[in-house]
Write a protein that binds this ligand. Structure first.
Ligand code: FES
Length: 137
């Protein structure tokens, strides 16, 4: 698995999504309440772009006519036909037992952590203050 730096943390505000490309593969990156998630930017129904989808919550109901909105910002609605996916797992809520979009681990790492390698040469003081979003693909 290779780590790919795809964006700075400040480039993706909470509740927003962004399309990134890694080795020709389109990835939909999401910021859900400060945690980052990556899905294939390809809806399993007919390939709609999930990074362009509306970010929504889950509507639950215990009985007809009485519903509540929960998990606000944790779902994306495909812009083409409205299928909904859990951003954390890729699970579809249209056919939850069979349909899921591919997920990828997404992490936040400091620039210093990313730059560190196994070899050490003569060093000079360098500080990296910004953080980057990293995807393992
Ligand atoms: S392409 Fe996504 S719901 Fe149809």
């Amino acid at each position: 698995m290779t780590r790919h730096v795809v964006a700075k943390v400040e480039d993706l505000a909470e509740g927003r999504s962004k399309r990134v490309t890694i080795a020709g593969r389109a990835i939909a990156l999401f910021n859900v309440k400060g945690a980052f998630f990556a899905l294939a930017d390809k809806c399993p129904h007919e390939n709609g772009s999930l990074s362009c989808g509306r970010i929504i919550g889950l509507t639950e109901a215990d009985e007809p006519g009485k519903y509540r909105l929960t998990r606000q910002g944790e779902f994306v609605k495909c812009p083409w036909h409205g299928w909904e996916f859990d951003i954390r797992t890729g699970q579809s809520w249209c056919d939850p037992t069979r349909t899921r979009t591919r997920t990828f681990p997404a992490d936040v790492a400091s620039g210093e952590e990313i730059a560190k390698g196994p070899y050490v040469a003569e060093t000079f003081s360098v500080s990296i203050e910004e953080k980057y979003i990293v995807i393992d693909l």
